[in-house]
Ligand binder design. Structure first.
Ligand SMILES: [Fe+2]
Length: 246
């Protein structure tokens, strides 16, 4: 096993207990962290859903802190570094916040990154692209678009992905996508090879139906593109969270 494997990062998880539709209690959270550890994941980003139209940011952050407190010592004892962030739903309600930086990840240079969930029916129209641009200008954040493979309008439009990257966005995919058919797998591998995918995660919600399955997807990437591709994805993730590791 290469040294590299010691530092894998799961960029997208719903492990915080009782926080959203993810882990239901502390025991399940611990099992999910343990499963990731078994797969050599040493950094876990906690990214609970935040829906700005459902609750205030203050209420969300308070709930997040409560859910985080009991999980932190367990992670520490097990050599897992945590990142406390969010998967924030993108719509106009988000712009009501004065300051969205507490929802974000932070790199070593103090730059902020928001794991951004687009509406699944988004047409990714010019208006949407302009709104994403406005988000960046208003709050000085870099959107990391979550699980881009789940948006047909986006994942099948290479030009659009590149337009968003040129704008300053980053792209995240779920590793489970590599188990969902040859065409999608081939497309995502090409995107990784062309640096159009920047980070990967399990988007794990529980131990059964949406488990923390990291290694199968990573093995596909490693086998098809080589260790360097895995190394690059890991470096990208480590860079984004360098300023907010707990
Ligand atoms: Fe998610």
């Amino acid at each position: 096993m290469s040294a590299m494997n010691e530092d894998l990062t799961d960029f997208h998880t719903h492990i915080l207990p009782g926080m959203d539709d993810g882990a239901k209690d502390l025991e399940e959270s611990k099992r999910m962290l343990e499963a990731l550890k078994q797969q050599n994941v040493r950094t876990v980003c906690l990214t609970p859903h935040f829906y700005p139209y459902k609750e205030t940011q203050e209420a969300f952050l308070e709930r997040r802190q409560e859910a985080f407190s009991p999980i932190q010592p367990y992670a520490g004892e097990n050599g897992i570094r945590l990142v406390l962030a969010s998967e924030t739903f993108f719509n106009d309600y988000l712009f009501r916040s004065e300051d969205i930086l507490p929802l974000c990840m932070k790199d070593g240079e103090g730059k902020y990154y928001l794991l951004t969930e687009m509406p699944f029916d988004s047409a990714f129209s010019d208006r949407t692209v302009n709104r994403i641009s406005k988000l960046m200008d208003t709050y000085s954040v870099t959107p990391v678009l979550a699980h881009i493979e789940r948006y047909p309008k986006l994942v099948n439009d290479k030009k659009l992905i590149n337009r968003l990257i040129d704008l300053g966005c980053l792209m995240q995919i779920n590793l489970s996508a590599f188990q969902k058919g040859f065409l999608l797998k081939t497309k995502l591998l090409r995107y990784i090879r062309e640096n159009m995918v920047h980070v990967v995660g399990t988007d794990a919600h529980n131990t059964e139906k949406r488990p923390p399955e990291y290694s199968v997807g990573i093995s596909v990437i490693r086998k098809s593109l080589g260790e360097d591709a895995v190394l690059q994805l890991s470096r990208n993730a480590q860079q984004i969270v360098a300023g907010c590791l707990i």
